[in-house]
Design a protein around this ligand. Structure first.
Ligand code: 5GP
Ligand code: ZN
Length: 135
């Protein structure tokens, strides 16, 4: 897609620190990393978010993510990993070309990928369970 920075990066029009590339994906180091080794998986084709991503690519992105973090873990010797994927501005998405964040974690790091737990109320539970129907 014209004017999409991740289309340009994924397809090599803009140079990037590329960890891996195949015909469908490019894996790059994030320019504003949450932690050392923070990587992004970008499909080469433009899909705005996970809702639009075809099932097959969604599956392949996750399998690729598993391979990348397995290799990166050996190099960094990190203690944990966050796999994060934001959809929509409200969820923190800033680049509207699907991408998956792979964020290495060290014990005691200050990456702050967390939330304050709320409470599952009986009302919410009842309403959501009664409305939710996966076909
Ligand atoms: P989002 O907030 O959309 O989930 O994540 C966008 C990510 O893309 C951010 O972590 C940001 O640092 C990264 N980013 C934005 N522009 C560029 C760029 O030009 N190159 C690279 N490597 N990362 C970028
Ligand atoms: Zn794009």
């Amino acid at each position: 897609m014209k004017d999409c920075i991740f289309c340009k990066i994924a397809n090599g029009e803009i140079p990037s620190a590329t960890l891996y590339e195949d015909e469908k994906f490019r894996v790059i180091l994030d320019l504003g990393p949450a932690t050392r080794g923070h990587a992004l998986i970008l499909p080469k084709a433009h899909y705005e978010n996970l809702y639009e991503l075809p099932d097959e690519l969604a599956g392949e992105a996750m399998v690729l993510g598993k391979k990348v973090i397995t290799e990166m873990k050996k190099i960094l010797n990190c203690d944990g990993y966050n796999v994060v994927q934001n959809n929509g501005e409200a969820a923190g998405q800033t680049v509207f070309h699907f991408h998956m964040h792979l964020i290495p974690r060290m014990d005691g790091d200050k990456a702050g990928i967390s939330w304050t737990p709320g409470t599952l109320t009986p009302e919410d539970k009842e309403e959501i369970l009664s409305k939710f129907s996966l076909k």
